[in-house]
Design a protein around this ligand. Sequence first.
Ligand SMILES: C=C(O[C@@H]1C=C(C(=O)O)C=C[C@H]1O)C(=O)O
Length: 396
Amino acid sequence: MSSGNEVAGTGRQAEEVFRLCGSEKTLIGQGLRAEVARGAIDSLAERVRGFFSDRQGGPRLVMGSLPFDRSRADYLFQPEAVAMGSRSEAGKAATLPDAVHCTIRPVPAPSAYRDAVAACLEMIAASAGDAEPLTKVVLSRSLELASSHAFDAGNLIRALGRDPSVTVFSTLLPAEADAPHPLLVGATPELLVSRKGAEVVSYPLAGSARRYGDPGADRRSAAVLEGSEKDRREHQAVVDAVFDALSPYCSELTAPDGTTLRPTASMWHLGTRIVGRLKDTETPVAELAGALHPTPAVCGLPRERAAGVIGQLEGYDRGFYAGAVGWADEKGDGEWYVSIRSARLAGRHATLYAGAGIVAGSDPAGETDETSAKFVALLSALGIDEHGRPLREHAA
Ligand SMILES: C=C(O[C@@H]1C=C(C(=O)O)C=C[C@H]1O)C(=O)O
């Protein structure tokens, strides 16, 4: 099997092909040097290892994204060059694009999403007596944007970077037919897994509430989330799944701070930072990502059954949304973030995605509102509301 393709004559030598901008550092990939042989997640670690053993030149790391569906092909590449930037630059230069002429089509319509949540709740209830009942399904919906101008990824990245609590990312997606490569751009609060030497970290989130400009309303929203039995249950299912997936690889695995509130600029979340030490430091980050993805934070429980319900009820293809975006180096270190709060940009078209975890006790209208709240980060960085109208602060 070939370990990948040399990318010749694409004119992408100096172009930014990847950016991952966390609180401490920004990793930038410039130019597309070679693509890693594409395949499903089960062979990811082997393909990454093969890539480095077959090729000598270029930076000793690959970057890119994994799709939501474990059986579909990922897209990883080696850049021509790697640069490190700083977060403050990103925030300072923020300018908002002119997105005044933008139409938005919700897919599915919010009413159809509510119906899907109701259907999902019936499936959860009906499975209660099964040997492995369906306990959680994350259902998402999308917004299809058509703008009068091509979407400017650089502007969007800078605007998203104003929220210091998220990791802003941008990565090239595989090219389709004769069209240029689309991009996946987003601002995720959720770490799937990182590995640095023997230390492994995962920071799952589940359980969400909208934030408000009014401090009293904002505090009340957080307090309701912290006190919600439904959200605690939804969160614990994800934490248990992360422990189950990582424990075979780790000699120690703990959640030192327990479950805490994790705010972004627009959302409150319940989060649990999980830290482990590898038994065998030869275990690469790609293998850990393969063991974890997709966690019940973006899929559900049991995993296969929930993925089947998602395919049946969502009615569209998630592609690289709710997958992972990140990098892996030759030593096996790397960082992979859950690719939520994201948009696929292709010229004048963008598709935004947001999902919510459905468990017994979920309310269809409440979950629909939660997805609307999750669109706010991307929409406000684009300067528009959910109907495509310019936000008041940016309107002429
Ligand atoms: C699926 C998304 O978010 C996930 C779902 C959450 C929830 O259901 O509470 C919280 C954080 C994320 O793990 C999304 O933002 O699209």
